[in-house]
Design a protein around this ligand. Structure first.
Ligand code: ACO
Length: 329
């Protein structure tokens, strides 16, 4: 009689991240648009953000984050069987940023592709890699969230240019019989397209009419804010009830870093003190797909997150897209 196959989890074997050197403070921005350090801190919790230098691309940031994650995991690039990059700011239309990063790392030959789910890109990518590992198709995967979102900002729009920054984070996933990703819960609703979008592209055209003046992020911030808070409440409940867990079981909440007020609202819903919530938005701004893996790497390297702890990762972004991952680190 054949034995049932052992249950396999995707375990985080190592994390890495990278932020470009140049830092832009709120005061720097106040010289460009009608805003102030006080307004930005009060409404968003952001103090500063990192900005990629001229010629520094998403794949450069992704490569460095991926290299550090491989090093932390003790995994050689040649062992990677699947490489996914969550990004909405790819280097090129094609080839994918994942292919470019793969070559830079020397992981040539493995499956490599990008996922565009705006700010939710990293968790979408993580959930896909999790399925490949659970299915037994892949034993080692590198999942990266990387963005140079500042490249598509309208620097005269104070409603958006103060919010975003550049950066990348990465995790190495390995098949493990003991522990790892417990569940992922990903969603999207395209009805909200026009509340947060960049309305140009290959097929729609890079048109420069009055309504769509160039390649830039357009956002109805206060509407996005309301939906984000409501949706993230539901996301947290979904992950807990799917696993019949009480909110007190979560050791760390690692949320998308868009706005400190949104993070605080989710923490309140979880009845979680802010010292169990990883916050980087103050120093990084919103790095879109980079935000959650950057926060995770920072929490791991600072010794906050320990092996065996239960983590809830959650995201919300353009599309709208949103979701969560519950995992034992
Ligand atoms: N400095 C000074 N004043 C500003 C600024 C600024 N940088 N930006 C907007 N204002 C003004 C507005 O013009 C408005 O002025 P008015 O009352 O005279 O019209 C006033 O401040 C209030 O504007 P609101 O948009 O209502 O301000 P709010 O408190 O909602 O804060 C913010 C705006 C920070 C954008 C918030 O709505 C937010 O964080 N939204 C969610 C963003 C988010 O989560 N995005 C999802 C992920 S991003 C992705 O997927 C790519």
């Amino acid at each position: 009689m054949t034995q049932p196959a052992p249950r396999v989890f995707a375990r985080i074997a190592g994390t890495g991240s990278f932020l470009p050197e140049t830092v832009l403070s709120n005061d720097d921005l106040a010289k460009r648009v009608d805003t102030s350090d006080e307004w930005i801190r009060e409404r968003t919790g952001i103090h500063q953000r990192h900005v990629a230098s001229a010629g520094q691309t998403t794949s450069d940031l992704a490569f460095e984050a991926g290299r550090r994650a491989l090093e932390a995991a003790g995994v050689a690039a040649s062992e990677v069987q699947l490489l996914i990059v969550g990004t909405t700011t790819p280097d090129l239309i094609f080839p994918s940023t994942a292919c470019i990063v793969q070559h830079k790392l020397g992981a040539n030959g493995c499956m490599a592709f990008d996922v565009n789910a705006a700010c939710s890109g990293f968790l979408y990518a993580l959930s896909i890699a999790d399925q490949f590992i659970r299915a037994g198709t892949v034993k080692t995967a590198l999942v990266i969230g990387a963005e140079t979102l500042t490249r598509m900002l309208d620097w005269s729009d104070r409603g958006t240019c103060v919010l975003f920054g550049d950066g990348a984070g990465a995790v190495v996933l390995k098949a493990d019989e003991e522990t790892g990703i417990i569940s992922t819960h990903m969603h999207a609703d395209g009805a909200y397209q026009k509340l947060l979008w960049n309305p140009v592209g290959v097929s729609a055209g890079f048109k420069l009419d009055e309504e769509n003046a160039g390649v830039r992020v357009l956002m109805t911030g206060n509407e996005v804010f309301k939906v984000a808070v409501k949706t993230l409440d539901a996301v947290v409940e979904e992950a807990l009830s799917a696993n019949e867990l009480d909110r007190s079981a979560i050791d760390w909440l690692i949320p998308h870093q868009a706005n400190l007020r949104i993070i605080q609202a989710t923490a309140k819903r979880l009845n979680m003190p802010m010292d169990r919530v990883v916050v980087t938005v103050d120093r990084h701004g919103n790095t879109s797909s980079g935000s959650v893996p950057l926060a995770l790497d920072e929490a791991v390297r600072s010794g906050k997150v320990q092996r065996g702890q239960l983590l809830l990762l959650e995201v919300f972004g353009g599309g709208f897209t949103w979701g969560s991952a519950l995992l034992r680190y």
